[in-house]
Ligand binder design. Sequence first.
Ligand SMILES: C[S@@+](CC[C@H](N)C(=O)[O-])C[C@H]1O[C@@H](n2cnc3c(N)ncnc32)[C@H](O)[C@@H]1O
Length: 253
Amino acid sequence: MDSSAEAMKAGAVTEEFDLAAADYDRMVGANPGYHEHLEISARRLARGLADGGAGPRVVDLGCGTGASTLALARTLPKAEIVGVDASAGMLAVARRKSWRGGVRFVHARAEDVTADRVGGPADAVFAAYLLRNCPDAGAALAAASALARPGAPIALHEYSVAGSAAARAVWTLVCWGVVIPLALVWTGRTRLYRYLWRSVLEFDSAAALRERMSAAGLEDVAAAPLPGWQRGITHTFTARRPDSAAAPGQDDG
Ligand SMILES: C[S@@+](CC[C@H](N)C(=O)[O-])C[C@H]1O[C@@H](n2cnc3c(N)ncnc32)[C@H](O)[C@@H]1O
């Protein structure tokens, strides 16, 4: 079985998330700061909303079991929030939760989802821990940008360690010292979490991801750190779809 990060992204990632879905919330709940950090990134996204967040449509790409969706729902109590995910198993867990009105979920790959599937162009797009999992991160970013209204804010919440030896070392220590052993004890499966370790090491540095976002035609690209053991490891990357003129290679619809 080819378990390289690239092979996983091209095929088995969705199946692995399906298998991990039942234990996913317990696993991320053991990660100090996981939920708080999603809320920090959600607030950073919300700051980009022109009207201060009165009733916007916000799309949460790669919403999983809804941890990022909840962060958005708390941050933007009047927003219509549409969670999108490729894994039916993760979405089933998300849908079983109790949500306020205005929150719903769509089963689709981020690369394929169009504004029609989410009820219209998005006033803001959020993607937490998604891009690294996509076989073509550029295509996923282009789709996120195409979903957004001109001028809309986009925020990515991502692990990015490639630019720092210290961050790579802490990441490896946390994965092999805590995350993978915990997955083994709690779930009896480690494939997704070994992939998590490797895929983060192989993903863009923070500088490379900012460049990737700029190359996708996004404006005002910036990165901000998150606190705790994740400092230098997890970041919020914020940007904005240009007010006018389509991103390179994109329709303006
Ligand atoms: C690490 S989880 C993050 C879930 C959630 N955003 C959170 O913050 O807890 C990544 C999610 O992205 C989804 N995913 C991976 N590749 C995807 C793709 N190409 N399109 C849509 N969802 C995808 C997975 O199914 C999984 O639910």
